[in-house]
Every structure is written in structure tokens, then in C-alpha cells.
Design a protein around this ligand. Structure first.
Ligand SMILES: [Zn+2]
Length: 250
């Protein structure tokens, strides 16, 4: 596997930086990516956060997941991207510096707007390698959401993954024009969107359910050792929402 010119061989873990457009101060800026590839072949999965720069829970979810002493990918490859909209993270803003919403700018293009270029880089360098993806979001500012998975539940495989995540609420959400989820589907990558908590705040419950959910999905895909659980699984409440334009933006 080659990402941004760096080769990652089976059994290797690499931290790479994908260069993106400079700040207006002429400071170089890049997106950090941690790739963990097992010796044994298997699915490739990305976990991304902060596509909206003020949505912080996902950054902490990825930190805990990858720093945990028990973190071991036994099959396939996990690509962790904790800050996709790095500009928004620096500015504590949902948006890109050009006021665009990155999650409406996919697939983007090589020579488009700043947001379009970043979308294009993320799609070609990360998503293009992946069979599955989990994109981490939160609610808006002052609007905390119960931990939930939004996904295309009409697709049986995506539905199984969504159930494996193990949060009580699953939303069947139609695709949105220009979203990462839509672009990933065109690449045949199955996507779950996890949304929990609110913007600009860390929320312990949302973080813990996020870490556990990702591990459960990876276990469902056979990429980590099965964790024995004595607890009964959650009952999930599938809710179908048409269009979901009236829901807080993901
Ligand atoms: Zn979001």
C-alpha cells in the first residue's frame, strides 16, 4: 500500500503527514495519518474525525483507540485520520477557511477550491484504499446528540456493521450531495457515520461509546481479537428518516 508516496508493508505501522495547502502565513500544513497494517491480509478500514473542525470527540476517540496498550490489528489494515479539516481544528470552526463545509465538497478536484482540494486528497489518498470507513462527528454547538449511527441501512452489509457498533440508535439516512459518505459509496466503500455529543466539547460517554463501537466493528470484520462480553447486546431502535434535512447537520 502506498499513501502520499510512502509505502506501508504488511506488519508495519507508520505515521505519515499528507501535505495540504499552506496557511496564509506561508506555514506548511499537513494532515496526520496513522496506518497500522497487519501481516495477515484482510479488509482496509479508515476511521476519520474532524471533517468538521469543531467536532472534537472523534479526535479523542482515535487517540484512545490507537494509544491503547491492547490496540492490535491482527488482520487487514486500519488507517486513522484524526483531523481531516485541520484548518477548522486550528480555528475551532466547523468550516474551512473559505467558509465552505468540507462535508459538502466531495469528491472535490485537484485544482478546485481549498475545500475541494482537501476533499480530493482525502478521497484519493485514504478512501480509495478502503473497503469500509467510520466517520466520526458530533452535534452542533450547544446541541448534544445521543450516541448514534447514521448509515444506509438498506444495504444489508452496512446494516450489519451498524448493528455491530452497538449504540442504541441507528438512523437510516439518505445520502447527501457532496458528502464524504456519498463519495465513498461511489468508491464502493461502506460507511458508518458516528455522531455523539456536541461541538467544541469533549464528552466522556460519547468518547467511550465511540471507542467501544469501533473495536466492535473491527472485531466483526475479524481485524482485532474478539472481546468477550458478558453483557447482553443493546437493543437497537432502527429509525428511518427520509431526506433527514430536518436533522442537525452531520
Ligand atoms: Zn459533523
Amino acid at each position: 500500500m502506498i499513501i502520499a508516496g510512502t509505502e506501508i508493508k504488511p506488519g508495519e505501522q507508520k505515521h505519515i503527514e499528507i501535505p495540504v495547502a499552506k496557511l496564509y502565513t506561508d506555514t506548511n500544513i499537513s494532515i496526520p495519518v496513522l496506518i497500522t497494517r497487519a501481516k495477515r491480509p484482510g479488509p482496509t478500514v479508515f476511521v476519520s474525525a474532524a471533517v468538521h473542525g469543531d467536532e472534537l470527540n472523534g479526535i479523542e476517540i482515535i487517540r484512545r483507540l490507537t494509544r491503547s496498550p491492547s490496540f492490535k490489528i491482527t488482520k487487514g489494515c486500519l488507517i486513522a485520520v484524526p483531523m481531516v479539516n485541520i484548518y477548522g481544528v486550528l480555528n475551532q470552526s466547523r468550516y474551512m477557511p473559505d467558509r465552505r463545509d468540507l462535508n459538502r465538497c466531495f469528491p472535490g478536484s485537484e485544482k478546485g477550491s481549498l475545500a475541494g482540494r482537501l476533499a480530493h486528497i482525502f478521497l484519493t489518498e485514504i478512501v480509495a484504499h478502503c473497503d469500509y470507513g467510520i466517520d466520526l462527528h458530533t452535534g452542533a454547538i450547544h446541541r448534544s446528540n445521543l450516541p448514534q449511527i447514521r448509515a444506509n441501512l438498506k444495504d444489508p452489509e452496512t446494516k450489519l456493521l451498524a448493528e455491530a457498533f452497538g449504540v442504541p440508535v441507528l438512523l437510516n439516512a439518505d445520502l447527501r450531495d457532496g458528502s464524504l459518505r456519498e463519495a465513498a459509496v461511489d468508491n464502493n466503500t461502506k460507511i458508518l457515520l458516528y455522531e455523539a455529543g456536541e461541538a467544541l466539547r469533549f464528552d466522556e460517554l460519547s468518547i467511550q461509546s465511540g471507542v467501544k463501537g469501533i473495536l466492535k466493528v473491527l472485531s466483526h470484520l475479524g481485524m482485532v481479537k474478539k472481546r468477550r462480553s458478558t453483557k447482553k447486546p443493546h437493543r437497537t431502535l432502527p429509525i428511518t428518516v427520509r431526506g433527514y434535512a430536518h436533522l442537525p447537520a452531520a
